[in-house]
Design a protein around this ligand. Structure first.
Ligand SMILES: Nc1ncnc2c1ncn2[C@@H]1O[C@H](COP(=O)(O)OP(=O)(O)OP(=O)(O)O)[C@@H](O)[C@H]1O
Ligand SMILES: [Mg+2]
Length: 389
């Protein structure tokens, strides 16, 4: 069928035609927005899970629901060549510029001035002015150079301004496992202070399965955050992810075709989208048959092998690849790092740098101390296929 109308969307952060199976966290988030709007506090949300399960898509959905209510919203990605300070500063510019106006209230003007000082803290040549003369306005001071102090001042003044505008402030941070330690500590401490004093601010962090542990290590009160494990889609929900997008175009799937793709993808959203896309393109129409799904699954597997998996594999050095090969023997479940070391005939300590580099590259994570696992579902099987070549 015509690829121009293909409704499937494999790809990092790509909004699916049907966002299924996330009703609970979406409704929890809306309750939190409601709470903040009536002056109550809400704990930060932490979305964690393997690669390709849909964390970014859900985080962006959170962002849109805050934006629909007119909230002041910043969504950033940690570790993407920018410090948290700079990423947040830049993400806040557009929403603040939208609010800026000469007859703005006192608290908004103050927040704008504080945002200017925050900008100056990482960009000496920065020339924001919001088109306003703020020289007689209170505020500023978010430029001491100490991240926690500056960020606290910024978030405090911005949430105060949001309140004046009858909305709230939402800060969303993707890939939060890549935050620097000082950044993690600052976010946890500020979220804690905000909850104690009922600032109208809501945080959401998304990241790999190691995120809850690294947050708890940063600050013990992070244990009270609102943790949501994002997992593969099961049963009817996986069926819906596949059938709803095409149903909008009046195209149905044969039952056996759906079962094959749900089975092949093990319900992982990324894989469902990939196989859905390839099956659609293989189909003659008007409906999608089992034969189409077989072709789609084969093409989808080839596409994942040469793209999704291959890109990650190629990111590893030869020494790292041999470590990954040793891990692959244990499948997707994870391996004891001591066991891997003895498999490779060296001491566990000598593999410290390799492990650290693989973690930094986002290929593996430590579910608990002494254990190492792939961040990508199906990676072990892919590596085993490579080894057989
Ligand atoms: N609830 C869902 N229903 C249907 N498709 C989904 C859903 N969530 C995500 N997807 C699809 O899955 C793919 C991966 O989504 P996303 O990039 O959000 O995953 P992620 O968990 O952020 O992955 P990574 O850890 O690599 O950043 C995208 O193609 C997206 O369209
Ligand atoms: Mg993501």
């Amino acid at each position: 069928m015509d690829p121009v109308y293909n409704p499937y969307s494999p790809g990092a952060g790509r909004k699916p035609a049907a966002l299924v199976g996330r009703d609970q966290p979406r409704s929890d988030w809306n309750v939190a927005l409601d709470r903040v709007e009536i002056g109550r506090s809400a704990q930060p949300f932490v979305l964690y899970g393997l690669r390709g399960v849909g964390k970014t898509v859900l985080l962006s959905d959170f962002r849109r629901s805050a934006q629909r209510r007119g909230w002041l919203v910043a969504q950033v990605e940690a570790g993407a060549d920018k410090s948290l300070r700079e990423a947040l500063g830049e993400a806040l510019h557009a929403p603040l510029a939208d609010l800026a106006r000469p007859n703005a209230g006192r608290r908004l003007l103050k927040a704008l001035r504080t945002a200017l000082s925050f900008k100056a803290s990482y960009d000496a040549t920065g020339t924001w002015n919001f088109g306003l003369d703020l020289s007689d306005t209170a505020g500023g001071g978010a430029d001491t150079g100490v991240l926690e102090t500056d960020l606290r001042k910024l978030i405090h003044d911005l949430s105060d301004a949001a309140e004046e505008e009858n909305v709230g402030l939402a800060i969303l941070i993707d890939e939060a496992q890549d935050l620097e330690q000082a950044e993690r500590v600052a976010i946890c401490a500020i979220a804690h202070a905000a909850a104690q004093d009922d600032w109208p601010v809501l945080f959401a962090l998304a990241g790999l399965p190691s995120l809850p542990r690294v947050l708890a290590e940063a600050k013990s009160y992070a244990e009270r955050f609102n943790y949501e494990k994002i997992e593969e889609l099961r049963g009817d929900v996986a069926v819906e992810a596949l059938t709803r997008p095409s149903a909008d175009d009046g195209i149905d799937w044969e039952r056996a075709a759906v079962e094959l793709i749900v089975d092949e993808s093990a319900g992982y959203p990324y894989f469902l989208q990939q196989f859905g896309q390839d099956t659609w393109n293989a189909a003659e129409g008007p409906n999608i048959t089992y034969a189409d799904a077989r072709v789609g699954a084969a093409r989808g597997r080839a596409a994942l092998d040469s793209g999704f998996f291959r890109a990650r594999w190629d990111r590893a050095t030869r020494a790292e690849q041999s470590y990954l090969r040793a891990m692959a023997e244990d499948g997707d479940e994870g391996s004891s790092s001591g066991e891997i070391a003895s498999r490779l005939g060296r001491s566990a300590a000598s593999f410290g740098p390799i492990r650290a580099s693989l973690i930094a590259k986002g290929l593996v994570y430590a579910p608990e101390h002494g254990v190492i696992a792939f961040t990508v579902p199906g990676m072990a099987a892919f590596i085993t296929r490579q080894a057989a070549l």
